[in-house]
Ligand binder design. Sequence first.
Ligand code: 3VV
Ligand code: NKN
Length: 290
Amino acid sequence: MESGGLLLWALPSALLLALLLQLSPRLRFRAKVLSYCALCLMASALTAPACLLWNGGRTVENMRLVCLICLCPVHRIIKNVVRSFKYLYGLRFDVKGLEHFQVEGPCVIVSNHQSVLDMMGLMEILPDRCVQIGKRELLYFGSVGLIMYLGGVIFINRKSTSNAKSVMSGVGQAMTTDNVKVWIYPEGTRNGNGDLLPFKKGAFHLAIQTQVPVIPVVYSSFTTFYNPEKNLFTSGRIRVEVLPPIHTSGMTATDVTELCDTCYTTMRETFFRLSGTARRVNGSTPHLAQ
Ligand SMILES: CCCCCCCC/C=C\CCCCCCCC(=O)SCCNC(=O)CCNC(=O)[C@H](O)C(C)(C)COP(=O)(O)OP(=O)(O)OC[C@H]1O[C@@H](n2cnc3c(N)ncnc32)[C@H](O)[C@@H]1OP(=O)(O)O
Ligand SMILES: CCCCCCCCCCCCCC(=O)OC[C@@H](O)COP(=O)(O)O
């Protein structure tokens, strides 16, 4: 009786959905993005209890950012689960330069940020003992917020430079005492326009304050397979390059802008090379972050 009712309800719904997906590329695109979000939520919900049971949560006392997860398999589970998502969406990563991550001690990794799909690219190459900086709003994204919290993500309030600065200076101390790498998206937001946004300076202040190297990582443009404006989300190949570390020993606060500009120029050139696209604006560089 009940299963009959379910069939009556589910079958037409499924047919309607199939029809809508067939008709509207916009709907098809949205459904695919939604499936990715649902997958993240589900995978996080399933993994979070394991994280909690294993280590009782995140160790934040004394700003120790990396919890015991780094010493147990749970961290690797999260990484491997997210890495497997690419098979569902037909994405492949060609990675070069991984050896550049073999620096002794902490470092600041900076990379370009195009979409939520970046989390697959992040997990594809994430080195051990590495935490990410994320916007505070992500903490409220259900089980994904929880898994990020448990995974050691450092949340900042982007609307308050003073808050972000004070969080980052705490991060600096923890980096050196706990030998932690920090992953920052210096564009400060997602940008899928086939170019890099001007960089914010927090990452470079952090690297210079702690005198650790900056390691730039560049992902090629997603625009050929992922473009919300064109309702495009197909399979695709992403080229990734880890660039050589830029050492900051001896640099002071006055060198922040130059370091930021050097990284920006190198990463932008690499981005165009990897994406096989010509430079915009007649080859000139748009004005850098002030
Ligand atoms: C092994 C397995 C592991 C598993 C792991 C567990 C599972 C994890 C699962 C999943 C991973 C999830 C990953 C999450 C990813 C999320 C991504 C995002 O959410 S991206 C958005 C948020 N990120 C950012 O925004 C950063 C970049 N932003 C910055 O660095 C900014 O600089 C910031 C926020 C610190 C301040 O931003 P302003 O908008 O105020 O802009 P400005 O121009 O940079 O700063 C204003 C003035 O303050 C100075 N300033 C900035 N930071 C300073 C500092 N630290 N010290 C001194 N001065 C500083 C600057 O020099 C500037 O001054 P002058 O113009 O130069 O005079
Ligand atoms: C074991 C399975 C664990 C699954 C964990 C799934 C983790 C997925 C995390 C998805 C987080 C999405 C991060 C992201 O891309 O946020 C956007 C911000 O950056 C920038 O925000 P905005 O462009 O300024 O709105």
